[in-house]
Design a binder for this molecule. Sequence first.
Ligand code: PL3
Ligand code: FE2
Ligand code: FE2
Length: 231
Amino acid sequence: MPQLELSPEINFHSETYKDAYSRINAIVIEGEQEANDNYIKLAELLPDHKDELIALSKMESRHMKGFQACGRNLQVTPDMEFARNFFADLHRNFQEAAAEGRTVTCLLIQALIIECFAIAAYNIYIPVADAFARKITEGVVKDEYSHLNFGEKWLKAHFEESKAELEQANRQNLPLVWRMLNEVEADAKILGMEKDALVEDFMIAYGEALSNIGFSPRELMRLSAYGLASV
Ligand code: PL3
Ligand code: FE2
Ligand code: FE2
């Protein structure tokens, strides 16, 4: 893992680290909070899966509390305003889709894009995290795979009728992920996380998800690289 070679020694208590952590920590807290809200909304949109989706939302709220504890442990105050701006576009797209009953778009945004983003970020963070945050993040990332799995299963079962909306939602939202990665690149680097590794892990997780849902290799290459030229 080249990432480990690049960050042999991290001082978790330096002002530089804590400053970067105030934004990254806020991003994951806000991301978990919005994930909690999004699964509650999905439970309304998919009443047949209500209990399961409410259970997922409760996991997200536990994740949020875990990451709040990580910030407190390092005596960092999360910059929540920064984080709300960071998610604003994705958040608005989810809200608009939910209001119009576009469930497939909501699932793509939350259960595929956001969960794959989280899985990539958390897996890359674990080896460079402080001991306290590492333990918490290891527990969280296991749950995120089950959230991704919920989206994959549902979309696979409704593949033919969802395909056109998935393509459209991917086109609308994937470029936002690349923009968000650019926004977080400098802070992530201070935490020992390389952007190239984040992009790579995201692409692997997202490509696998699209393949599990039923897209052909050619389709998933096209979908998962959409807007990537801007990175
Ligand atoms: C849904 O379960 C989780 C939503 C959280 C999304 C997080 C995206 C994180 C991107 C920022 C990269 C740094 C991560 C560091 C980990 C503490
Ligand atoms: Fe989560
Ligand atoms: Fe999740």
